[in-house]
Design a protein around this ligand. Structure first.
Ligand SMILES: *[C@@H]1O[C@H](CO)[C@@H](O)[C@H](O)[C@H]1NC(C)=O
Ligand SMILES: *[C@@H]1O[C@H](CO)[C@@H](O)[C@H](O)[C@H]1NC(C)=O
Ligand SMILES: *[C@@H]1O[C@H](CO)[C@@H](O)[C@H](O)[C@H]1NC(C)=O
Ligand SMILES: *[C@@H]1O[C@H](CO)[C@@H](O)[C@H](O)[C@H]1NC(C)=O
Ligand SMILES: *[C@@H]1O[C@H](CO)[C@@H](O)[C@H](O)[C@H]1NC(C)=O
Ligand SMILES: *[C@@H]1O[C@H](CO)[C@@H](O)[C@H](O)[C@H]1NC(C)=O
Ligand SMILES: *[C@@H]1O[C@H](CO)[C@@H](O)[C@H](O)[C@H]1NC(C)=O
Ligand SMILES: *[C@@H]1O[C@H](CO)[C@@H](O)[C@H](O)[C@H]1NC(C)=O
Length: 604
């Protein structure tokens, strides 16, 4: 409807007609529309001096039930009619197979994924990697694949992300002590191994002068330095390792166990001497954790290669992980273990300062948000060559918003999954990749989750370069974002508010039809869905269904025995690239963990 029609409505005296709406049923929607236009037009600039001086108003379009079928009553608020009927939930399918079959697959694949993940970590209690392959205890291999491609190495980033997954499994244990000792041992070995890597000279440097050696991304499985050409340094490794370490310490603390205590328990239970380089939390803090955090404060301003090891610049993913590490570290040295802080110079103070600087870089100076884009830009420096859309943005948000309890500064931690830049990144990737990858073409019109890859311009095929493909870890990440969005809103305990602006709220067009009200001119409009109203719950179910449909896409492409590689072919859908990629299994397992969390809030 055009503005002219609205103005006609106004001139014909819509306000005076208002009381007569009770006599009309079919015409009610139209008249309410006119009434709303009246408010809109009256506020438009230049109509009247008095009115035009007013700032733009924000109008609520409140919807409490998308399925409401009853008559429109004259006493209902004006915005309860036309607009409500205009915006609808889009119909969604959760999977392309029967519900039971999907649930059964999910169950099986979850258990299998965790087994496969543990099969790639050097630990004599879990596997024979150490005796048969010479893998150091606590070393995480990226994949068992030794040629085409050779991923038989440990990467600091992949390892830290994997161990973080193991840590979240420990904390969900239903054992009496609350801890699975086998897995505690795996993490202890990993941290012990990190201590060795931190001190080993390598092509990125050593501990002096500014800990540059910690930026080395890739190591031989036996802990010797990898000396071939590589994209180095990669500055996301140490912060991710610090995040995993702090999550582990926090998990122990919540179970009421000291580190010293669990080391002893483990050694008694497994009748072994771990010969760890730390005997208690203070030693772990001084010898390992503090170095990773110090690396971040000293090096975050420097360029490095991105998580895909291709571009030497500054990256959103890296900066967000760095911010998270200093945020957790600051909380740790200021509130949890102030007695571990150094007497000479305050570690907590240094981390606090870095927090402010990195935050400013992320929000302003880094250029990750750009008024010409409604999504986040992973690497602003190459914006001319790439769109900036990258699954790294979503993975960064997931890894930095991964715990259930709120640490004191957690509400200040930016780029949570409800951030419009994060959600629009998901939208942008979906829209590009549903066209880019032929395996998605059947789904594109069905409003189902699609297979996602790293970034649209990708040409890495898993072995060399030709055309990029969808990745398991990227497709699982999309599902995890959606489950976390549900969990986030349910925990907030507030009405869901979505700007009715097709650009700002582009993501929401996956869930709702016709949410673009930007043509309404001067004023702004927002959709308000009251907390736990029928419409709120219907919206949460839609988000959940969409999340499941991404996992259903994973289901379509895993092998019959549940194997995941790094990629699957964009035409045939078959496994491609490094087989049994550790990170693929971890990403699937994490998204399943958050699916359970979301489900709990839906059934509450
Ligand atoms: C719109 O809805 C929000 C959330 O329920 C509420 O806080 C706000 O006061 C409402 N605004 C108007 C103009 O009714
Ligand atoms: C390790 O190897 C031994 C003998 O070769 C075998 O009995 C055992 O089951 C293997 N352990 C695991 C975890 O695979
Ligand atoms: C601990 O976790 C491992 C790996 O998932 C599992 O095999 C083992 O049964 C668990 N131990 C206990 C006591 O639950
Ligand atoms: C822990 O690291 C030390 C070297 O610092 C090493 O001697 C020891 O064997 C490691 N422990 C395990 C279980 O690998
Ligand atoms: C857990 O952390 C608190 C400080 O936040 C500390 O006082 C307490 O001793 C810790 N508990 C254990 C078992 O280490
Ligand atoms: C996301 O949620 C936080 C609360 O955790 C809130 O402060 C923020 O405004 C929300 N962002 C958007 C874009 O809705
Ligand atoms: C926690 O563990 C229980 C039992 O081991 C399992 O059923 C449940 O799915 C797990 N929940 C999460 C969130 O991982
Ligand atoms: C919506 O779901 C919550 C649980 O998530 C429940 O407590 C509430 O009663 C539901 N609201 C309606 C209107 O059914």
């Amino acid at each position: 409807m055009s503005k002219t029609q609205c103005e006609q409505g106004l001139r014909s005296g819509a306000r005076r007609k208002w009381p007569r709406i009770s006599l009309l049923t079919l015409g009610a929607g139209y008249l309410l529309w006119v009434f709303l236009c009246d408010r809109d037009v009256a506020a438009a600039p230049g109509r009247e001096q008095l009115v035009s001086a007013q700032p733009p108003a924000t109008h609520n379009v409140t919807i409490s039930d998308f399925n409401y079928q009853g008559p429109v009553s004259p006493t209902s608020a004006p915005d309860c009619s036309y607009y409500q009927q205009r915006i609808q939930l889009r119909p969604l399918l959760s999977s392309t197979v029967a519900r039971d079959e999907f649930e059964a697959w999910l169950q099986k694949q979850t258990a299998l994924s965790f087994e496969r993940l543990l099969a790639n970590i050097g630990d004599v209690e879990l596997n024979n990697l150490s005796s048969t392959e010479g893998v150091a205890e606590g070393s995480v291999i990226a994949s068992p694949s030794k040629h085409a491609p050779d991923y038989f190495y440990q990467w600091i980033r992949d390892s830290a992300i994997t161990i973080n997954t193991v840590v979240s499994h420990i904390s969900n244990s239903s054992q009496s002590s609350g801890l699975n000792l086998t897995l505690v041992g795996t993490v202890l070995k990993y941290i012990n191994n990190s201590c060795i890597l931190q001190r080993r000279e390598n092509p990125s440097g050593s501990l002096e002068p500014e800990l540059e050696g910690l930026g080395e991304p890739k190591w031989e499985v036996d802990n010797s330095a990898f000396t071939g050409n590589w994209g180095r340094p990669q500055n996301d490794g140490p912060p991710l390792r610090a995040i995993a370490t702090l999550n582990f310490l926090n998990t122990l603390n919540q179970s009421g166990n000291s580190l010293e205590n669990v080391i002893n328990q483990y050694q008694e239970e497994f009748k072994t001497d771990l010969k760890l380089s730390f005997q208690n939390e203070r030693e772990l803090s001084d010898q390992i954790l503090a170095l990773d955090l110090d690396f971040v404060t000293k090096n975050w301003r420097k360029s490095g290669f991105d998580l895909w090891e291709e571009v030497n610049s500054q990256h959103f993913f890296t900066a967000l992980c760095q911010l998270k590490a200093v945020s957790l570290g600051w909380n740790y040295y200021a509130n949890v273990r102030p007695e571990f802080d150094s007497e000479q110079k305050s570690v907590a103070g240094g981390l606090h300062n870095s927090f402010g600087d990195i935050l400013n870089f992320l929000m302003v100076d880094g250029g990750f948000s750009n008024s010409a884009k409604n999504h986040i830009i992973e690497t602003p420096q190459i914006l001319g060559q790439r769109s900036g859309l990258d699954i790294a943005v979503l993975i960064g948000s997931l890894l930095t918003h991964d715990t259930e309890e709120n640490s004191p500064n957690s509400d200040k931690f930016p780029f949570d999954v409800n951030d419009s830049g994060i959600l629009n990144s998901l939208y942008g990737l979906v829209k590009q990749m549903e066209i880019l990858y032929p395996v998605n073409h059947q789904r594109a019109n069905l409003n189902l989750g699609v297979a996602l890859g790293r970034y649209p311009e990708d040409i890495y095929n898993g072995v060399d370069t030709s055309e990029g493909n969808p990745w398991f870890l990227a497709t699982s990440a999309a599902a995890e974002v959606l489950y976390k969005v549900i969990w986030h809103y349910q925990s907030l305990n507030k009405d869901l508010i979505i700007p009715l602006d097709g650009w700002k709220s582009e993501f929401w067009s996956l869930i709702f039809d016709r949410v673009d009200f930007s043509f309404q001119g001067h004023d702004t409009w927002q959709l308000v869905i009251p907390y736990h109203s029928p419409a709120y719950n219907q919206t949460m179910v839609s988000l959940f269904t969409l999340g499941d449909s991404f996992l259903d896409k994973v289901r379509e492409h895993v092998s019959d025995d549940g194997e995941m590689s790094e990629q699957f072919n964009r035409y045939t859908g078959f496994l491609q690239g490094a087989r049994h990629l550790t990170w693929s299994y971890g990403a699937f397992w994490s998204s399943r963990r958050w699916r359970d969390q979301a489900l709990k809030t839906l059934n509450a």
